[in-house]
Ligand binder design. Sequence first.
Ligand code: GLY
Length: 381
Amino acid sequence: MTQARSIPVSLGARSYEVRVGAGLLAEVGLLTAGKARGRTAFLVSDSNLPPSTVALALDSLAKAGFAVHTRSIRAVEAEKSLDTAARLLTDIASCRLDRLDPIIALGGGIVGDVAGFVAAIYRRGVPVIQCPTTLLSMVDASVGGKTGVNLATGTELRKNLVGAFHQPALVIADIATLGSLPEREFRAGLAECVKHGVIAGSAGDLLAWTERSIPGILGRDPGTLIELVERNVHLKAGIVAADEREDDAKDQRALLNLGHTFGHAIETLPGLSPDADPRHAPLHHGEAVALGLVAAAQCAEHLGLGEPGSADRLVGILGRIGLPVRVSGLPGSAEVLGAMRHDKKVLGGRLRLVLPTSEGVRIVEDPPEESVRAGLDAIRA
Ligand code: GLY
């Protein structure tokens, strides 16, 4: 096995580590036993995972002495709901889990968010072990304790509107699980890595390293993937340690929303696809974030805040990764701006954009509409 890495997330009494390596699922039982005193474990998995992946985790938990109960959920936004959380809670209560018993989340961001939310509210909080199996959840969603579900209001599905901060007891990122990830989903996860690279800016060479490593990353070379996840988790862990709960006074964690206000608005528009083929609609979250990153960089340049040419550099990197940098069928700017104003990151009705400036990534309150339009025009096919 390639040497596993451990990245600390330093949060005082809520500190934990993120383990990254190849083949770690075989150790999930022993690792969990080291973090949770209970003897019953409840594993929530993604119904799309190969059965052998789930079996690996179940065997390991059983060998470590846990009585294991398991449920799978469909990893689609419609299932990330209060109904799913309620069903899981009922099952968990029927299995008589107590306050010391761990919930194990095995899957991508949707599984991690729902299982984490259930762990946050069952008996006012039980330990959760996050075992991300997608690139996006390894580098982003599994770290930092954001949990939650979507809420349907009328015809609108409002993402992550209900939730809680609940830090995991441990994160186990087994990069062997990335072997079965569909190519499009794998590439979509890389949008968050590019976002982290922009946030790191001149403080590190994350973006340059990512750019240099594209062949190894896309070839899913295990050593390169471990380093990719390690570097990205390190970046995110530093931000979470500085601003655990996305505090307005600290305005650190909010920087992780770079590309997301544009991206979330684009993601909610029906019928968009990465290559104009309607069979490939809707856009994946990471694809919308890639478009959002380009729009944010162009918006910053239009405002005179961004380094000239920074949007073009992003277009080059994202394009080499195979992520969309333009999209056809984008509605008029007024409609997209309307959707952006609905984003849950809008505070007091004021649009707040995270923009890459020549002095680093920062929040810009109420940017002029023409600059936002310039950002949107840059991504129109
Ligand atoms: N994904 C952004 C955050 O964890 O804050």
